[in-house]
Write a protein that binds this ligand. Structure first.
Ligand SMILES: [Zn+2]
Length: 207
């Protein structure tokens, strides 16, 4: 008997799902709670695809995943979107946007990389976010105002198609800094992919 990774109840599902997924890891009820809200918007001249909004089940699961270190939830986030993403981003490399080092060390896994790894998306760790300690000496280092720097040889990205990937988009600060760091890198194409859209009208006004 398989148990749902979200609610821990036994998975009773259709033959069709078992046929397609081989070993379903999420129950029908939890699956139905995922809100799909595909929309596109341009920020910083990059076309960004948003998969859902920052509300409901996905938001709760993300909290459980990141805050309670529940790595088992990793495949639940992109699950419904995988076929679409495989088509849209064929020949693209995913670049997860960086999160704070302290949080990542505490969590012991990179939440974005785990999501991508669940479905064998190719990705590259290209950015790093400064620690609080490093923030003190930001002026002397190559960090942006959002505390981000490029940690790979830019040549690795030359002529590549890349997707900047993050879980939540609120002010777009991290996204903007990452785009800025790639300004002089000769990439072939840049797109954006965000799991949950939390961008508000108010913030658009402020920007
Ligand atoms: Zn469930």
């Amino acid at each position: 008997m398989k148990y749902c990774r979200v609610c821990f109840r036994p998975i009773k599902t259709s033959h069709l799902r078992t046929f397609i997924e081989k070993e379903p890891f999420i129950c029908d009820d939890c699956l139905a709670k995922i809100v799909v809200d595909l929309h596109k918007r341009k920020h910083f001249n990059i076309s960004i695809l948003f998969l859902s909004v920052y509300a409901g089940a996905l938001k709760d699961w993300l909290f459980q995943y990141k805050g309670n270190f529940d790595i088992e939830l990793a495949p639940c986030f992109l699950f419904l979107f995988v076929p679409l993403l495989k088509v849209l981003y064929r020949n693209y490399i995913f670049i997860p946007l960086p999160s704070s080092k302290e949080k990542e060390e505490k969590r012991r896994f990179s939440h974005l990389e785990e999501m991508l790894r669940s479905y064998q998306f190719s990705y590259l760790r290209a950015f790093e976010k400064s620690t609080d300690e490093q923030k003190e000496k930001l002026r002397t280092e190559r960090y942006t105002d959002a505390g981000i720097k490029l940690i790979i040889d830019p040549k690795q990205l030359e002529n590549k198609k890349i997707v900047l990937f993050d879980d939540i988009f609120t002010t777009g600060n991290t996204f903007k800094s990452s785009v800025n760091l790639l300004k002089n890198v000769k990439v072939k194409a840049i797109k954006g992919l965000i799991l949950l859209d939390n961008f508000m009208i108010e913030q658009r006004k402020l920007n």
